[in-house]
Design a binder for this molecule. Structure first.
Ligand SMILES: [Zn+2]
Length: 186
């Protein structure tokens, strides 16, 4: 009788255990099933966070400097020769490549496409000026370069002659002056 019960208990155990396993599996599956949408929601939240972050970065990073128009300037052209520079154009030194070294009044070595002369009381040395979408730097001055005149440096006299006299809007980068709120009156 006992043997019979033992024999009977074994298949019962097997059924019980397999039922437990099934319940466990279903619990695990059910649990996963419940968690899955939550995770994906979290993921999409993270993605949208990342997207908004990258959008914020994009809007913050390429902050293009604002340009301020100074109005229309008279543009003249010069080179380093004595016709253009008078006595300053005489006996200019030569570099190791045989190129004439044109030293500007501001102490810069003149470079075509970079150097311009301006009224340094308005546009000090080092000021970037944008003329016809090209950025030049004020590195020189001249007796006749006053007010709304900019003299553009060319390496060769012929190029300066060909430039002649032109008129164009001149732009400078907006100065970002951060006003510190302090109690000046005190
Ligand atoms: Zn010249």
């Amino acid at each position: 009788m006992m043997n019979y019960l033992r024999n009977m208990k074994k298949p019962f155990d097997v059924v019980f255990v397999s039922l437990l396993v099934l319940i466990l599996i279903s619990v695990v599956l059910f649990g996963c099933g419940r968690n899955e949408p939550e995770e994906s929601v979290e993921e999409t939240e993270q993605i949208t966070e990342n997207v908004t972050e990258s959008v914020q970065e994009q809007t913050e990073q390429p902050e293009e400097p604002k340009l301020v128009c100074l109005g229309t300037y008279k543009l003249t052209a010069y080179c380093g020769c004595s016709k253009c520079c008078g006595k300053w154009g005489e006996n200019r030194p030569v570099d190791e490549y045989g190129k004439t070294i044109v030293r500007t009044a501001g102490g810069y070595r003149a470079v075509e496409g970079v150097t311009v002369a301006a009224d340094i009381s308005v546009l000090p040395y080092g000021t970037k000026v944008i003329i016809n979408d090209h950025e030049y730097t004020v590195q020189d001055r001249g007796g006749a370069i006053n007010g709304n005149i900019i003299d553009i440096y060319f390496e060769f006299h012929q190029a300066a002659l060909e430039f002649g006299v032109q008129y164009a809007n001149v732009y400078v980068y907006e100065k970002i002056e951060r006003k510190v709120e302090t109690n000046d009156q005190m």
